[in-house]
Write a protein that binds this ligand. Structure first.
Ligand SMILES: [Zn+2]
Length: 54
């Protein structure tokens, strides 16, 4: 099963989320669910771009 690295915690996951937030406004990044929930909080720039599965 393929894995991708989470932009924030740098761990690898076989299921990861594509998103944009304030520090990545110009590009899409991949994050695990725990990090997604963290950056999503009170973040008007948060944008969900799909789920990736390895
Ligand atoms: Zn993470």
């Amino acid at each position: 099963m393929r894995k991708k690295e989470c932009e924030r915690c740098k761990k690898s996951f076989s299921k990861i989320y594509r998103l944009r937030y304030i520090e990545s406004l110009k590009k899409w990044v991949f994050m695990c669910e725990a990090c997604l929930l963290e950056v999503k909080k009170d973040n008007e720039f948060y944008q969900y771009g799909g789920t990736w599965k390895g």
